[in-house]
Design a binder for this molecule. Sequence first.
Ligand code: GTP
Ligand code: MG
Length: 204
Amino acid sequence: MKIKTAEFVISNTDYKLCPEAIYPEYAFIGRSNVGKSSLINALVNRKNLAKISGKPGKTQLINHFKINDNWFLVDLPGYGYASTSKTNREMFKGMINKYLFNRKNLICLFVLLDIRHKPQPIDLEFMKKMEQDRIPFVMVFTKSDKISQTQISKNIKHYKTEMLKEWGSLPEIFITSSEKKKGRSEILKFIEEYNEGFNPTLIG
Ligand code: GTP
Ligand code: MG
């Protein structure tokens, strides 16, 4: 898919104030600093559309971007951000959960995982919850430019082994690097296929 336009629409704390749910929507989630905002920028070929930071906790709102005038990308705050207060963490969690459970045009959630790290309980628990609540998601490994191909294969295998202890099968997996634009065309192709099947009259 060719990206012709990418524009910021609105930032919210409340899903009810998000843009009208008439276009297919894809949201990015994962721990703080995993690379959600960077991947959104890489996908749409823009450096500063979504705000990036070296420090975790940069994205604090539900941010809508309209792409090609007919679909949305959503940048969400990171979960499990340790440096913020417990009250804040709970507030973010409530805001994100309400969005995830109520947003009718959310086609797929991209769960981002840092390829350098072993499976973390917080990520495994989050994905388990998504499965239980039937929120469709895929796994997106980030920052693959930071380690060797051998290490990538080893870490993915580790993830699969860990998850298959509990899951019958695994969701689709993408390996990405925003730095090198790796995985970009695969993700855009995935989105394009879902966009083609989207029928706004079936939302309800
Ligand atoms: P929060 O908004 O705080 O939850 O973080 P985020 O998940 O949106 O992460 P963000 O995109 O802001 O990136 C965090 C840091 O990781 C920044 O310093 C990025 O430059 C860096 N980063 C993100 N993706 C990549 C990547 O693919 N490769 C490399 N080398 N660095 C990356
Ligand atoms: Mg961010």
